[in-house]
Design a protein around this ligand. Structure first.
Ligand SMILES: Nc1ccn([C@@H]2O[C@H](COP(=O)(O)O)[C@@H](O)[C@H]2O)c(=O)n1
Ligand code: CDI
Length: 171
């Protein structure tokens, strides 16, 4: 029987509610970038960075590992308000410890607001730094939900991500 090809794909999805920034006590964080000019923020136990969480889940799924909540439980005070870039760094360490390298990531944010496009380069650079890959390995797009449902009414932001990883060495 031939051995399995070294490439593996993973998919991740996350959604968080938007609340007034004053209520959450932190700015809106997407892909590690702070949107301080917006008067809303995402609700969550961590910094609620929905894009970074979807990427973590895509990476973990590609490696056949349990999801983000398994590694960073939302009941653990250690993760209260944590910078999700730290979680992404740790996620990549889990993969590299198992002999995997990251090929590329592609992600979509679904958000009625704020306008993401002007901050895309910054987000790619920040995420690439956390994953220790080149910026070209990180794709991010944004789309509105065309006014449909809670996301369309500006009450939540969702993110989808896919990841390609490969076995760089045997465990
Ligand atoms: N939060 C968002 C949403 C969209 N964009 C950019 O606008 C373009 C058009 O959006 P549609 O929902 O009509 O597809 C989209 O391609 C993005 O470039 C954005 O920057 N921020
Ligand atoms: C990373 C964690 C840690 O509490 O972040 P949350 O802000 O709770 O976000 P969610 O995407 O609902 O679940 C993942 C959690 O493990």
């Amino acid at each position: 029987m031939s051995s399995a090809p070294p490439f593996r794909i993973g998919y991740g999805y996350d959604i968080h509610r938007l609340v007034p920034a004053a209520e959450s006590g932190r700015p809106l964080v997407l892909g590690g970038v702070h949107f301080t000019e917006t008067d809303c923020a995402l609700d969550g136990h961590s910094d609620a960075d929905v894009l970074t969480h979807a990427i973590c889940d895509a990476l973990l799924g590609a490696a056949g590992l349990p999801d983000i909540g398994h590694f960073f439980p939302n009941t653990d005070p250690a993760f209260k308000d944590i910078d999700s870039q730290k979680l992404l760094l740790q996620t990549c360490a889990e993969l590299r410890n198992r002999g995997y390298e990251i090929g590329n990531i592609d992600a979509s944010l679904v958000a009625e607001k704020p306008k993401i496009a002007p901050r895309l380069a910054e987000m790619k650079a920040r995420l690439a730094q956390s994953m220790q890959v080149a910026s070209e390995c990180v794709g991010i797009k944004a789309t509105t939900n065309e006014g449909v449902d809670e996301i369309g009414r500006g009450l939540a932001i969702a993110a989808h991500a896919v990841a390609l990883i490969y076995q760089s060495r045997q465990r």
